[in-house]
Design a protein around this ligand. Structure first.
Ligand code: GLP
Length: 240
């Protein structure tokens, strides 16, 4: 595991974008699992700027949605699909045909999760996962406890995640209680993982992620055992 500490959020975002751009140059049709959440947004803006300047062609990437709230159509303003589209897919000019949704509105979520996993396998697995760090150590919506062998599945949000997701949607009461998430198996098997972490509020969970015992109670701790992980943190987050 490699840890890169940047002096602030903007620098971290630029460094993450630079690393990602290198990976895309090496493999322009890579499969990507991009997180939503606030942390990667600076990185995505930096990528959009590079694409706008003609320094990056990410248009042939194949995108797999990382996670989604249940019961929301893709056009619902709260959907993580919509957020991924606005922040990553559209600014980078990736065509809809290259995007695999993880549908939160499927009539049969278990079947939808199985079909998603099948598509990941058929595509050769995930090349690049861009992850944020949940305040409780969740990756995507792999809430604690999540083991390294947990597949893509339906989960219930923990009370802590309902609180931490509240600000995205203007209040805890608006946060859906269930979600579907790419499994720990899908995430941990990614050929390259970029984990972006910013701010004082993530300091203790980052320490547990990097230095604590590997345990389902901190799903992100399993990153210690993944093959090719780069953690990009700002100084506020990495100070321990
Ligand atoms: C959310 C998402 C995760 C995200 C994490 C951190 O609940 N499900 O995919 O990485 O929490 O979010 P943020 O970057 O806003 O702290």
């Amino acid at each position: 595991m490699r840890v890169i500490v940047a002096s602030n959020y903007d620098e971290m975002s630029e460094q993450a974008a630079a690393l990602f751009a290198e990976l895309v140059a090496e493999n322009p049709t890579a499969t990507v699992l991009p997180a939503t959440g606030n942390t990667p947004m600076g990185m995505y803006r930096a990528l959009a700027q590079r694409a706008g300047r003609g320094e990056l062609d990410a248009s042939r990437l194949r995108v797999f949605q990382l996670d989604e709230y249940c019961g929301l159509g893709q056009d619902d303003y709260r959907s993580l699909f919509g957020w991924t589209q606005r922040s990553f897919i559209e600014p980078l000019g990736i065509s809809a045909a290259n995007v695999t949704r993880l549908p939160g509105d499927a009539a049969n979520p278990e079947a939808a999760c199985a079909s998603y996993e099948q598509k990941v396998i058929e595509s050769g697995g995930i090349d690049i996962a861009i992850l944020g760090l949940g305040p409780n150590g969740h990756l995507g919506f792999n809430e604690p406890p999540s083991d390294r062998s947990d597949p893509t599945r339906l989960i219930s949000l923990t009370p802590e995640s309902i609180v931490s997701n509240g600000p995205y949607w203007g209040g805890e009461d608006r946060v859906p209680r269930q979600a579907v998430t790419a499994g720990m198996t899908v995430i941990l098997a990614a050929k390259t993982i970029l984990l972006v972490v910013s701010g004082k509020s993530k300091r203790s969970i980052l320490k547990e992620t990097l230095q604590g015992p590997t345990t389902p109670n901190v799903p992100s701790s399993f990153l210690q055992q993944a093959a090719n992980v780069t953690v990009l943190a700002d100084q506020d987050a990495y100070r321990f």
